[in-house]
Design a protein around this ligand. Sequence first.
Ligand code: ADP
Ligand code: MG
Length: 261
Amino acid sequence: MTSPTIVRARVADSLRRLYLSALDERLDALLSEAARKEQTFLDFLDTLLTEELSSKQRKRVTMGISIAHFPTVKTLDEFDFKFQPSVDAKLMRELATGRFIANAENVILFGPPGVGKTHLAIGLGRAIVEAGHSVLFESATALLGALARAEAEGKLDEKLRFYAKPKLLIIDELGYLPFEKRSAHLFFQLVARRYEKGSLLITTNQLVTHWGTVFGDEVLAAAILDRLLHHSHTMVIQGESYRLKQKRRAGLVSPSNTKAE
Ligand code: ADP
Ligand code: MG
């Protein structure tokens, strides 16, 4: 009979060669636990596989979240849906399953400052990473800056390909600054490239009726909106700013000032 030490060393070697790193690290603990609980062979195998799968899932999510470049940590669970009843909680939960990604549908969140658009975009983005898809988060300003720079350097196609890649591209705070004419054209190229291929999640403080002003060109704005809205879920968030509510609670703002932002 082969000695247990030799078998243990061979198992460790096999686990490493099969890239089963969680089992490699936890094997002794799992073996003791199995002995203590007098697990059947089938239950032990089940424990091993579940352990390795959940470790791989955790690593994948951590990696996906770091690639997505979210500006802060926000989750849908932290969002107070009761405070903002104009946010359709049922639709948010449905979107969080990631089914809209498979159909390359878009999500557009409209609303004034402070109502939670960026929070929802990050929370939804995290849920989409957890559902197994690639996500990239960019502010509209950074995105347009990057496209303009790439064009000036003769690398526009490369940059457009980069932004076309993630299954979900989140563009935050569109419309806070009006576009220059050239930027609007670059944005159109991006939207056209992703159309029916990859989902966009856009947050904006401007209703679609104002997009002509945002893009500085009614025809271009209509062409952009046509593609964005074709397969899309839109949500208009109304109500008061969460930030102001907190300030008012602290006595920093009087109730009459709450509509000022
Ligand atoms: P917007 O992007 O619409 O300007 P944010 O998402 O940046 O608003 O929200 C401002 C701040 O208030 C953030 O810290 C966010 O987490 C918080 N917040 C907004 N709405 C809610 C809410 N309903 N529940 C919990 N936190 C919220
Ligand atoms: Mg925001």
